[in-house]
Design a protein around this ligand. Structure first.
Ligand code: SF4
Length: 296
């Protein structure tokens, strides 16, 4: 077996920042008496290993501020929150640390800008994803979430309506471009970013899979099932016609799906730690005597 390690892969700057902020908060409260609990609104990043590791160290992840006692320390996750959550936190006198990625924050600012200017905003993304819920909260009455071309076809606005589009940061660039093209053909007056709000970390990891897939027999993606950018990496590999497997950790690799003669391209979602990539490589080396092209 030959392993090709995609580059870039794994942690992006937004995930690094969020994890570091939570690490710093833990260091600050270490040894306080009585012990200070740290709460995080939603998963700090969408990675099972990271969340479980912080839970073992006492961090409490919540999906509602009702679960957070007044006056506590609360982090907002990398995916951002709706303004309503910030207001509720202030009413509960919570001490807050904002780990929202600056690129997600940028999408919030654009949503506010367009809504203030009287635009209706078409938000391309996954309904219910933490990032989309947060952005939608900037102007719920003006934002319409669409997930696919069928939903774009079903949109209906009067001629001349002021329209703008925004996208989730972690989508497939190829799919999103098709959706933007459809929006602009249906509503030529629509405003938006030249391409989309897809972040460069998401884009570059997808590009690396496309560029390095020639000669590969399969693609292994290290990341969690609820990680949007990891799932998109799997879809990109499948769109090239390769079998692709998304795995959280070495124990979950579907080992019977691989063969000794395979060339396997390995990448990792933006929230997957590098040590999990190394453990997965080690497992394939043990099972198949795999040799690796390059391990950084
Ligand atoms: S994937 Fe992109 S938007 Fe999300 S945290 Fe990383 S850099 Fe920020």
């Amino acid at each position: 077996m030959k392993i090709v390690l995609a580059q870039p892969r794994g942690f992006c700057s937004g995930v690094k920042k969020a994890v570091q902020l939570l690490e710093s908060a833990l260091a600050q409260v270490a040894g306080t008496s009585p012990p200070t609990s740290i709460y995080v609104y939603h998963q700090i990043v969408h990675n099972t290993y990271i969340v479980e590791d912080f839970q073992r160290r006492g961090v409490i992840f919540v999906d509602s501020l009702d679960e957070v006692p007044d006056g506590s320390l609360l982090l907002f996750s990398a995916h951002g929150v709706a303004p309503r959550i910030r207001l509720e936190a202030a009413k509960q006198h919570l001490k807050t640390i904002d780990a929202t990625c600056s690129l997600v924050d940028n999408a919030h600012q654009l949503a506010r800008h367009y809504a203030d200017e009287g635009y209706k905003i078409i938000l391309i993304g996954h309904r219910g994803h933490d990032e989309i819920t947060g952005i939608q909260g900037e102007a719920p009455e003006a934002i319409y979430v669409v997930e696919n071309e069928k939903e774009i076809e079903a949109l209906d606005f009067p001629p001349g309506e002021k329209l703008a589009y925004l996208t989730q940061t972690t989508l497939s660039s190829a799919e999103t471009q098709k959706q933007i093209d459809l929006l602009t053909s249906r509503f030529p007056q629509i405003q938006g970013q030249a391409k989309s709000n897809i972040c460069s970390a998401t884009q570059s990891r997808q590009d690396a899979v496309r560029q390095l897939s020639a000669g590969a027999d399969a693609v292994l993606i290290i990341g969690s099932k609820n990680s949007s950018n990891s799932r998109r990496l799997k879809e990109v590999a499948e769109s090239i016609g390769l079998p692709a497997y998304l795995t959280d950790r070495p124990e979950d690799i579907p080992i019977d799906s691989f063969d000794t003669g395979d060339t396997v391209l390995i990448t990792a979602g933006a929230s997957a730690p590098e040590h999990l990539v190394k453990s997965c490589v080690a497992l394939l080396q043990q099972h198949f005597g795999a040799v690796t092209d390059a391990v950084s």
